[in-house]
Design a protein around this ligand. Sequence first.
Ligand SMILES: [Fe+2]
Ligand SMILES: [Fe+2]
Length: 260
Amino acid sequence: MKVLFVGEIVAGAGRKTVKEVLPGLIKEHTPDLVLSNVENLSGGRGITPEKVNEMLDAGINYCTGGDHIFWERGTEDFIDSLPIVRPANYPGEVAGKGFAVIDLGSKGQILLINLMGRTSVNSTTSYLEDPFRKLDEILVLHKDIKLAATIVDFHCDYTSEKVAFGHYVDGRVTAVIGTHTHVPTADPMILPNGTFYVTDVGMTGIIDGVLGVKKENIINLFMTARNQRFEWETSGRRAFRSVLFDTEKKEITRIDKEIK
Ligand SMILES: [Fe+2]
Ligand SMILES: [Fe+2]
């Protein structure tokens, strides 16, 4: 089985990049499943049904989320109608679902899980449930189902928490794909017990800003120590970031493209 995971699609430039690049990659690599994190899809934060559907039309089959997934007003009301998982370790009665079983017909059933790490400067992450124990709980829930693969989007800030999570689940899930930092890491690998792993797949969108935001905003933030109103960058070079893993060939590779 081949799975392509597209890095966080950031705003209009990210969506444009997916529409330009993804159909060709699908033709070239014929993945059985195409996934992407969409927490930054709409204007840099959050989702709308129209914009998620735009990405499904471009070739993405199922989506994951993160800390920004509920940014757009009314997301609670429509999230269940879309093929999307949001972090499973939100506390209490948060809308949406944290995992899903995707039926690929003759290729079997795929368990897709979204979890958020707790190491972050964003104070709300301290209210999340433990993602390590939550993963155990989700695997127990599915222990009697024959799964062709289990894929986790681990949305997290610190590389140490991501690497630790990878080793914690090594051999028990098919793949751990790290997201959130928007910066791609050069470490796609197969962990000792067989789990495909990458610390961060990176973002799809404009790379001449800071993680998708106009560089002036973020330079000011650091130089004045004052919060800034974020403006999402609309010009400059764009990148498409992704990883492809193949369970038969036992390979995981980055597929990155830059567009001037
Ligand atoms: Fe993001
Ligand atoms: Fe995030």
